[in-house]
Design a protein around this ligand. Sequence first.
Ligand code: SF4
Length: 194
Amino acid sequence: MKNRVDLTVNDIKQYYYCPRIVYFNHIMPVDKKPTYKMEHGQVMEDEIIRLETRRKFKKYNLDEGERLFCLWMASEKIGLSGKLDMLIMSSHGYFPVDFKYSTGPPQKNHHYQLGGYALLVEEKFGVEVNQGFVYLIPQKDIAVFSLTETLKSDILSTLDEIRTMIKKEQMPQAVRLKNKCRDCEFRNYCGDVL
Ligand code: SF4
């Protein structure tokens, strides 16, 4: 019987936003209504895919490449899976791209999310991934992220941390930045942040 908790790249993103969200998702999942941002983001992502297929690679600072959209990947080795919005494959390297419906700049959790995808791309295609992009949908802008070996090693340690938290059912501390709680779907479960 398998003993390891399988995790997703989304778990990594959420953990760096607020570890409690990952705790709730795994220990006591609740029915969640899609938020306006989620629904709106999906429509915009469909539009981005339509436009991306016609665009050149100049805005990624590349002169050529191929795109794969909505790429599902899973690694038995590290117990991680996830669906990547877009992968650029070029002679200059492989680049994960995440489409984000957010008016603010990308944060640490988005950087680590890209790092999680990098680990999956590396295993699936047998390549080294050193850079990734976040496509900010409202601004039609691109943020570039360096995906270092240190970052990838941090992510592997984080996966272990998350598994320990889930197995021991240890509810982590609430986030210190309480504005993160404002639109959180688990707000009603966090009596100490209200
Ligand atoms: S309400 Fe705040 S502390 Fe609780 S899970 Fe959401 S973001 Fe984390």
